[in-house]
Design a binder for this molecule. Sequence first.
Ligand code: UD1
Length: 418
Amino acid sequence: MDKLIIEGGQPLHGVITVNGSKNAALPILLASILLEGAQDFDNVPNLRDIRTTLKLLQLLGCQCRHEGHTVHVEPGPLVPEAPYDLVRTMRASVLCLGPLLARLGRARVALPGGCAIGARPVDQHLKGLEKMGATFTLEEGNIIGSCSRLHGAEISLDMPTVGGTENLIMAAALAEGTTLLCNAAREPEIIDLANFLNSCGARIKGQGTSTIEIEGVTSLKGSRYAIMPDRIEAGTFLACVGITGGRLVLQNCPVDALEAVFRTLQNMGMRFETTDEGLVASMDGDLRATDLRTQPYPGFPTDMQAQVMAMMCLAHGVSLVDERIFENRFMHALELVRMGADIQLTGHTALIRGVDHLNGAPVMASDLRASASLIVAGLAAHGTTQIRRIYHLDRGYERIEEKLSAVGARIRREHEDD
Ligand code: UD1
């Protein structure tokens, strides 16, 4: 098992190129199930979750080739079964349910269980698909779905779920008639999915708003599509330079998708400028405390909460974090406390009193963004931080230690026997 070792205290200076978005790539790759004909994807990040998705696509009957940041998918005869072994390592596997029902009229997909950051049910996915004509039973932990051709429906989601919106857009793309999806999620990754499907012949309007209209078509053709850049990877680098001080240029940064993050980081004292070279983020002087509440897009993203909380640990004054998307998404807080942070947790809020400095310590990553938060803290801490269980990190960040070393951080990966 690998661990990261960080010697804190180096300001960051230099240029980092942001990768393609993991959360956009996962549904878009799985949307290959809907296609007749081959598809090429560009700007696909090289991550564990992507490799898991390609493994799933292969089990479902597609041929996949992954070279660098390009993926080639050749759909073959489909097998409608997503086994538990894959679904339990990556919840997003459940996104094959809509496409399988749309293409084959049947699917057997393991029900994702709880995970480190909360229960995360899929009731909204199932409710929407039922409205389109599917029926479901639960057998031995698997969702068994069947239908004749799905039909358009008016579906109102109880909450703007990202995965639910994606599953339903994919199913509706090949359904008979028009689907109106109300209270849909508005995340940039949903716009990317809809744009991709439209490039294959789908008729989707309203992506990026709460009401999405999908007029079903009878078939979708493959083409070539470049995945959008990763706003959370970009935001994580912003938090890194925010806590160490310095100046970073982010190339390929999805500036429009980061507005809420910019506002919070500006409140804390950071400066941003869009230039021909890329987004310039700089920080000098002391961090100021601020408050944040996670919300569905365009609100502050829950996937950036942990990284910004690490910054708050060193900000002057008292900050409040209100986590409204996932229960139990404060696992990083307890590790930050091991590094000397002053954090008080009450239900879904965290009160952070800024301290003078953090101390390096051995800490444990508990989920993807918690790992990123410990890197942010370690970059500024006095002494050495060792982060264990970084397999979580490898799900969502490609070569992060190499990218950070290139801009001045003292961070390295070491292999450790179990
Ligand atoms: C996606 C992102 C994840 C991000 C999250 C919120 C991917 C692969 N993952 O996850 O990184 O943190 O959006 O921005 O894109 N819910 C229900 N019933 C449902 C579906 C969801 O109650 O059927 C609840 C969940 O428990 C959670 C909230 O809705 O409390 C948001 O979940 P959702 O938007 O679906 O997140 P994911 O798509 O799983």
